[in-house]
Design a binder for this molecule. Structure first.
Ligand SMILES: [Zn+2]
Length: 324
């Protein structure tokens, strides 16, 4: 049985271990580096703050007080390629769903156990009250009357382990909707991409425009959360025509351009701006998680210098009780 340890909110006991695994540990590294801990956040690992990490370990950031926003980011050491046998499977659930040949792989048992103990511990903690739940709209809201734990940007290997255990709920977004992870490594002095004439960037997005931003996305997010993020708006006069945010996990978040302004390089310029800021959270790296079916955003990430780093999922965890 793996023991779970609380680490100090500064993240300082965990960040050195995570930095050694960049860019694979990027979402959790950036989340721990983001200066927004709440009284309900936990930093957890399968090794104590006083020790260096063992060969196989898992760690997480958890804050359930902003559900239905993403509640947890997890890293498992074996999801770095070559670290442990089999765990960093390159194939995806998505590919299997398209009928490609299934390649069963061994999963490193120690990493799988570390992950499962960590997730079981997190779901067993008391649920804090919700701060400012956004209005209930869209298909990405959790099911009424249930409180599954939403883990975001979870790598393929760990997602498959949890699914194999029967812990992944079938609700959206889930394993049916994979996201390409794009990794950016912006260089010093790279500069920002040019905007069409008559447009300018403004940071942050004006407070009165956040409602527009939230109306354009299906992902449930609170206005307070958005207001707390670094952001950039592209304006024509007083009119917001495009926007992007530095997510809590160092990702390009809520990227959007109004329909009539698309295909003019605005989204690329926004992505370049955001990754330039986000890289400060992720040890020089930034990332974007883009729905596999979102052709426009996938193309934008490539044009903005992103390279694909595997597939990730947002999964809702419900552990049938009793867990033993
Ligand atoms: Zn392992």
């Amino acid at each position: 049985m793996t023991e779970i340890y609380e680490h100090p909110p500064s993240g300082q006991t965990l960040l050195p271990a995570l930095h050694a695994f960049l860019p694979h540990s990027l979402p959790l590294t950036a989340r721990l580096s983001h200066p927004t801990p709440t009284p309900h956040s936990h930093i957890l690992a399968t090794f104590p703050p006083s020790s260096p990490p063992p060969q196989c370990w898992a760690a997480a950031y958890l804050d359930r007080s902003h559900r239905p926003e993403t509640e947890s980011w997890i890293f498992v050491s074996g999801s770095a390629p070559g670290r442990c046998a089999g765990f960093a499977a390159a194939e995806t659930v998505h590919e299997k769903a398209e009928g490609e040949k299934e390649k069963p792989r061994d999963v490193c048992p120690a990493c799988a156990e570390a992950l499962m103990e960590l997730v079981a511990y997190m779901t067993g903690l008391p649920l804090p009250p919700v701060e400012a739940r956004p209005a209930r709209t869209g298909r990405y809201f959790p099911p009424e009357g249930r409180e599954p734990l939403l883990i975001g940007s979870l790598a393929e290997g760990p997602a498959r382990v949890l699914d194999g255990r029967g812990w992944v709920a079938r609700d959206l977004p889930g394993l049916e909707e994979g996201y390409w992870k794009y990794i950016f490594q912006p260089q010093e002095g790279e500069g920002e991409a040019a905007l069409p004439a008559g447009l300018r960037m403004e940071s942050p997005v004006r407070r009165q425009d956040l409602k527009t931003v939230l109306e354009r996305t299906e992902v449930p997010r609170g206005e307070g959360t958005m207001a707390g993020l670094e952001s950039v708006g592209v304006y024509e006069g007083e009119q917001l025509v495009g926007w992007g945010f530095v997510g809590l996990d160092g990702s390009v978040t809520s990227l959007g351009v109004e329909e009539e302004w698309r295909r003019r390089g605005i989204a690329k310029a926004i992505v370049r701006w955001v990754v330039g800021r986000a890289a400060g959270l992720g040890g020089g790296y930034a990332h974007a998680d883009v729905g596999m079916g979102n052709g426009g955003s996938n193309a934008v990430c490539v044009k903005a210098g992103g390279r694909r780093g595997g597939v990730v999922y947002w999964v809702r965890i419900e552990i049938p009780s009793p867990y033993e």
